[in-house]
Design a protein around this ligand. Sequence first.
Ligand code: NAP
Length: 331
Amino acid sequence: MNLTILLDKRPVGKPQLSDFKFIDEPIPEPGKGEILLKTSYVSVDPYLRGRMIDAKSYAQPFELQKAISSGVIAEVIASNHEGYLKGDFVSGLMAWSEYQKSDGSVLQKVNPSLAPLSAYLGILGMTGLTAYLGLTEIGKPQKGETLVVSGAAGAVGSVVGQIGKILGCRVIGIAGSYEKVEMLKSKFGFDEGINYKTTNNMKSAIEEKCPDGVDLYFDNVGGEISDGVLANINKFARIMVCGSISVYNNTSVPMGPRVESLLVKNSALMQGFIVGNYAPKFPTAIGQLSAWLKEGKLTYSETIVEGFDQIPQAFIDLFEGKNTGKMIVKI
Ligand code: NAP
């Protein structure tokens, strides 16, 4: 049989296990021109929270009582498609199902001999691309500039900080535990770290760690952490608004300081982005990330949870900071 996870209820506040439903159905039969896929790894991502709300966004909301989907790595276990052989591995946006069939049209083949399969969901997948393209295309870092990264120990943030160092910036990361802050410095080469959970005044903490002010802010979390960082920006600062996980579970839009005059006074740029905007640049970006990995200039961390039944909990745990680096479920 074949387990699939449906969205049973739209979460209110923090997602709960009861918002998800497991159903068991027969394994589908691949038809002419189709392949049968067995799920190997599932990516759980903060942005899926937005798709659980019935509201207009850059991605369609999930439908109730329908399968949830995210980045998946799967193995071709039967093929009636001339482009795929049994034993091939593919990545793509796929359902949270143990098995599914596909016509192969929106899948990419991945090579397990070039990198571990899970890497195609993280450093060589959507989050690595987000880090590289957000930072280089909007931030355009210059040698000697100060880069602050929030959500710094996560999948995107840990890569942003390392790329900042490769490009010659001084890098300060903000994360949610002592252990994470230590890891930013020891594993990812950040210059300084701030534990936002033990910091009462983010504005002064940034002032202290960034005596020359903030030239670049890569924002993964939004909210009060960002208020403190923005209060320290320099002239011509670039603020890359990647995500705002600190407010994803809020039921109303939280109010904060108005930033308009801050942006005018500093001639600063604040730009939101979606990694998909840069799709034509994906091959070059993957080439650069792979080269840095090979040269040992870049490393990555993954939190791998095992078991199909653990997917909803792994997703919920993102909001508790239970991961370092990319959160992935191995099936
Ligand atoms: P991630 O950082 O690996 O995981 C989420 C992390 O967020 C947790 O580990 C936790 O770390 C932190 N967090 C959770 N609740 C928080 C809160 N209330 N305040 C501050 N930090 C909190 O996830 P990711 O995949 O790399 O995504 C990071 C951000 O980028 C998300 O906002 C996501 O939506 C966004 N994103 C955007 C794009 C795009 O195209 N724009 C693409 C990918 C991801 P701590 O222990 O440090 O709290």
